[in-house]
Design a protein around this ligand. Sequence first.
Ligand code: ACO
Length: 326
Amino acid sequence: LRPVGILGTGKYVPERILTNADLEKMVETNDEWIVTRTGMKERRIAAEDQATSDLAYHAALAAMEKAGVTADEIDLIIVSTVTPDTMFPSTACILQDKLGAKKAAAFDLSAACSGFIYGLATANNFITTGMYQKALVIGAECLSRITDYTDRNTCVLFGDGAGAVVLGVVPEGRGFKSFELGADGSGGELLTLSGGGSRLPATVETIEGKKHYIHMAGGEVFKFAVRTMGNAAEEALAKADMTKEDIDLLIPHQANIRIIQASINRLNLPEEKCMINLPKYANTSAASIPLALAEADEEGRLQEGDCVVLVGFGGGLTWGASVIVW
Ligand code: ACO
């Protein structure tokens, strides 16, 4: 098996900013509650004419430029998202056309906020076996399109954005050292968007019943997240024959500052070894980890040989972690 790693990272966020002060005018909430309970200060909102593939496109171009890879070299495109442009064609196919990546196979992957790590593991397996040489893995979301801006329990939490990476063969000793993926479908009802599928096709009733928005049992998801993030990271480290002392940078899913804090405590990490950008972008689901990764890269926080741990959880329920030697 060939060593596979990240050749380049990229990100894109829409220009429009929705601040806590803006939300105060929309629902019964306040900046102090949002900051202390979630850590979030603002989030980005896609323009009316932007869909998920548009955000993904800009992030993908940035990652390809950083990797020095052109569209005709890409063999595989995976877009992890819960907010595809359309049910079909997939967002990955729409993106393949936009990029002109003519030889690439393309599909979407649905694992909610864990989707990016599921996507990395999938693409890694295609490349390590020699089937493909280069893959684009993208987490992209327009969560603003499935957020109920009359529900204060959820509307403060979510934002739009995209992060992308190019995967390819790397020198021996570097790249992905392990993946830990998991699911517990019995907790599926804790985090749902139930309308528009084959169980509950779109009707006037599903629209009036708000079935096309995110519904969440926040407290239960919070407990699941705190338990899972630490476990998944420790499992991934053990599989890589490493320990928490080896971590140079932890890049967690950006769902809530208190969930991240619990993970840092569990892993005994000083805060400077954890990437946190949720004050600016809030929770962007599948985009959150690649967005944080690309920003860490921009800030020069990823040095050759560093042990980088990605960890996330989300709807499904799902979770995932990966250990990378940068
Ligand atoms: N502003 C003011 N008050 C609010 C707001 C708000 N925006 N939202 C909720 N409240 C109120 C509640 O109504 C409740 O009031 P009550 O006691 O009178 O009923 C009170 O605040 C406390 O609510 P809790 O739910 O106990 O608040 P908690 O500290 O648990 O924080 C939160 C809620 C932030 C949602 C937290 O539970 C959380 O982060 N959960 C995890 C969410 C998550 O990560 N989801 C994403 C998963 S990833 C994916 O797949 C998209």
